[in-house]
Ligand binder design. Structure first.
Ligand code: FES
Length: 580
């Protein structure tokens, strides 16, 4: 923790807009004064941009305007000047063709919103899956002092007397309907029960995972990730974060000071301990690229390999975020990692203190929810990275959400050329498939779909569900929802649309998955594979204009985080040209 606070007072970047007696400074102050701000607010105090991803169409973040008011109160209390700025809000449950296609666009637009405006530090008001990484990426690229406040998870859903989780139970109910074990009428009733309060998904899905990643990286105040959206303590932490960001600006405590390589290793191990979403892989790789840290898939495998999954939450375990919070939340997990020698204890956090200092005295109030390492869900948590001739640049699998017996498996490929092909044929009783087959889905990667949708956990054929089959090996270049589960190999790279080996898998080929030995192999000869690759022709046309064109031209592979090639690295907050 080598950080040394900057000297205060000093001139901040916002003074370029608001200080002095020039025509331009009068212009900038005057316009803002039409909101009723008095003269003394333009005395060089930190201007804090509260970047708000509230939107009626991002219901998971629907309560963030209320939280913004608490952040503002905190900023005022500490002598800052809060300005609330609406930013591009990517809703997981609304955006088509897939929210992931817009993560980079949001990050790009928000980076420019920060850089082009009189902002000295930012509070990121986020929650739904892509909102957290997109704003973190923008903050990393501009490198102004930043603190994350997530909206918090929704309360437990309750249906037919049982606690149910957002996402996970919808997938389960959908399979039960297909298997004839649940009526469509009951499924419709579940719709209002599963997501019954403000907040993000209440499982350890992508939103809760990314909130945990932000906290483990040190970018949020300790305890932020798990506080339910409607709990008064969510509003309290928003206010405290507003207070804190003012001091972070005075100290010049920046994302690059906090998000070091060691901080990323802390986050990767945390992901293993919480049984976190596979989406964290792609987001953290992209985020590290923005900070200029050479994080790789191999780091994920290396750091996550010996981490036990101790958080007993859906989809890997049993409980929901509400219980996780009552048990003590992420600080208890970080303490456990620290005691096991799996935490870089000295990493500085947004609080200004080390991560270990923040968590060393916390108590686990429910050892059924946050397990001891001896009673872990699995001793081999984390994300496994498998490689082989089918995935030369790697593919990932979440062992804690998979069926143990399928982690080593050899089966006959049943190939779907794309998601439309899958939808056309999956319900067909004539589909030549049995429980030992390996389902392969192509052309769902970053360029292919485009946007890499969450379809990798493709539902099983109804005829097998009706036989009581609940899991099969599935392989794709797609992602899957953080609330999903199964023996699902994802992010296969290179993707099919760029001519990766997955593009040339044929029906009837044998595929071998060996997670313990980190192998994914297509059982054909090298010569046969080379011949098929030479003969391969792209299957899909590329967009010729608009954002889809930009995305397809510049998105990189899943193995490096699927960021745009021209957005790697930190560009800082300096404005290139100043017209005023
Ligand atoms: Fe928005 Fe899950 S869909 S948090």
């Amino acid at each position: 923790m080598a950080f040394k606070p900057a000297v205060w007072p000093r001139k901040l970047r916002s003074t370029k807009w608001y200080s002095g007696t020039s025509r331009d400074s009068i212009y900038h102050r005057g316009w803002l004064k039409n909101q009723g701000y008095p003269d003394d607010l333009f005395d060089g105090r930190p201007v804090i941009g509260i970047l708000n991803t509230w939107s009626d169409l991002t219901p998971c973040n629907g309560h963030l305007r209320e939280l913004a008011e608490k952040v503002k109160a905190g900023v005022w209390e500490s002598g800052g000047f809060p300005v609330e700025v609406p930013v591009f809000s990517v809703s997981e449950n609304t955006f088509r063709p897939t929210a992931m296609m817009f993560r980079n666009l949001a990050a790009l637009s928000i980076e420019e919103q920060i850089r082009g405006q009189p902002i000295d530090g930012t509070v990121l008001l986020v929650g739904c899956d892509k909102t957290t990484p997109s704003l973190l990426m923008a903050a990393a690229s501009t490198d102004l002092p930043t603190i994350v406040v997530t909206g918090g998870p929704m309360l437990n859903g309750w249906f037919q007397g049982k606690a149910v989780g957002a996402g996970t139970h919808l997938w389960q109910f959908s399979e039960l309907v297909k298997a004839g074990k649940m009526t469509q009428e009951a499924f419709l009733k579940a719709e209002s029960a599963v997501t019954r309060s403000s907040g993000t998904c209440n499982t350890m899905g992508t939103s809760s995972t990314m909130a945990s990643m932000a906290e483990a990286l040190g970018m949020a105040l300790s305890g932020n990730a798990a506080i339910p959206a409607v709990d008064s303590r969510r509003r309290t932490i928003a206010q405290l974060s507003g207070r804190r960001i003012v001091q972070m600006v005075k100290d010049d405590l920046k994302p690059s000071d906090i998000m070091t390589r060691s901080a990323f290793e802390n986050a990767i191990r945390t992901n293993g301990a919480i049984g976190g979403s596979t989406n964290a892989v792609i987001h953290l790789l992209a985020l590290a690229g923005r900070v200029g840290i050479d994080l790789t898939l191999d780091d994920w495998d290396r750091c996550g390999r010996d981490v036990a999954t101790i958080v007993n939450l859906l989809p890997s375990g049993q409980y929901l975020m509400e219980e996780f919070y009552y048990a003590g939340g992420l600080p208890v997990v970080l303490k456990s990692l620290g005691k096991a020698g799996l935490l870089h204890r000295d990493e500085i956090t947004a609080s200004g203190s080390s991560i270990w200092n923040e968590v060393k005295d916390v108590i686990n109030y429910n050892p059924d929810v946050i397990l001891s390492i001896e009673k872990a869900i699995t001793q081999q948590g984390g994300i496994a990275v498998v490689k082989g001739n089918l995935a030369p640049q790697g593919a990932i699998i979440k062992p804690s959400a998979a069926s143990k017996k399928l982690l080593t498996h050899r089966g006959r490929a049943v190939v779907f050329e794309d998601i439309d092909d899958y939808k056309r044929r999956i319900n067909d009783d004539a589909l030549d498939i049995d429980k030992n087959c390996v389902m392969v889905l192509k052309n769902c990667g970053p360029k292919g779909y485009p946007g890499m949708p969450e379809v990798g956990n493709m539902g099983l054929p109804p005829k097998l569900l009706q036989q009581g089959i609940t899991d099969m090996v599935r392989i794709s270049d797609a992602r899957m929802s953080g609330t999903a589960y199964g023996t699902v190999v994802l992010h296969t790279a290179p993707e099919a649309a760029t001519g990766g080996p997955i593009a040339v898998v044929r029906n009837g080929d044998m595929i071998e998955l060996d997670v313990p030995n980190r192998r994914l192999q297509l059982d054909i000869s090298d010569t046969e594979l080379a011949t098929r690759l030479v003969q391969w022709q792209p299957q899909h046309e590329h967009a010729l204009s608009g954002y889809a064109w930009l995305h397809q031209q510049h998105v990189q592979g899943a193995d490096t985080g699927a960021d745009f090639d021209f957005l790697n690295g930190c560009r800082g907050a300096a404005v290139a040209r100043d017209s005023h």
